[in-house]
Design a binder for this molecule. Structure first.
Ligand code: PEP
Length: 251
């Protein structure tokens, strides 16, 4: 099955509004030149409005780096789907390893956030991935299985068409140490097979599974050549127009 590639940039806690708008304009140019793939950028919350305005009409999606499960209320520090809809935000990253490991978000909270996104017409990117200790203890597949099963609990097959999964081994994020294409493919194939067990095979075949973890211009082509890798979630290399442009133009 042909899945439309998605290249997503996670800008984390970087860039002022002015810097974010300049980078977004450059990404929009890259994206407009590549009609066969989707491109998404996730600025910090403070730059979302300015970036949405800057790329209006361009072929680039804007994402949030997290999302609340409630629509409104006493949830200090949280941002809800209606607030994101109001700006023109289309997607949200959920369960990023930094949220899991620095801020203690667990699978149950991540599942609530995912439902908040789906109910609020925001397309979720569910991030999963094992730590180095878990990989070395041969627990990679069981960790991924738990993250997928709990993260997607209660999601219908119909809704699953709106979900993107990102496999991001924690040991590869921001470390310069990329998973080999074989390690990434093995994990992606496992996740797709698992999705086939949880939902139906045709649904699993349609879900986009991104790889994330030190994706760079010099490894994107090899990664994208793997049969179950449908795109990339990019951190550090998404902060430079030139390197992200090369990643968007993967061959
Ligand atoms: C990320 O933040 O999701 C990520 C993969 O970061 P980096 O590309 O810097 O490893």
């Amino acid at each position: 099955m042909q899945r439309r590639p998605l290249i997503a940039g996670n800008w984390k806690m970087h860039l002022t509004q002015k810097e974010a708008v300049a980078l977004a304009q450059s990404v929009a140019e890259s994206s407009n030149a590549c009609l066969d793939r989707d491109v998404m950028i996730a600025p910090s919350f403070t730059s979302l409005a300015a970036v949405c305005a800057a790329v209006q009409g361009a072929r680039v999606l804007v994402g949030a780096q997290n999302i609340a499960w409630e629509k409104e209320g006493a949830f200090t520090g949280e941002i809800s789907a209606p607030m994101l809809n109001d700006l023109g935000v289309a997607m949200a990253i959920i369960g990023h390893s930094e949220r899991r490991h620095i801020f203690g978000e667990d699978n149950a909270m991540i599942n609530r956030r995912l439902h908040g996104a789906l109910q609020g017409r925001i397309l979720p990117i569910l991030c999963i991935g094992e730590t180095l200790a878990e990989r070395e203890a041969a627990k990679t597949l069981s960790v991924l299985e738990a993250q997928v099963r709990h993260g997607l609990a209660g999601v219908s097959g119909e809704r699953m068409h709106q979900v993107v999964v990102a496999y991001e081994p924690v040991w590869a994020i921001g470390t310069g140490r990329t998973a080999t294409k074989e390690q990434a493919q093995e994990a992606h194939a496992f996740v797709r097979q698992l999705l086939g067990e949880i939902f139906e095979k045709n649904i699993a075949m349609a879900v986009r599974i991104l790889y994330g973890g030190s994706v760079k211009p010099d490894n994107i082509d090899d990664l994208m050549a793997q049969p179950d890798i449908d795109g990339a979630l990019v951190g550090g290399a998404a902060l430079k127009a030139e390197s992200f442009d090369r990643i968007v133009r993967f061959q």
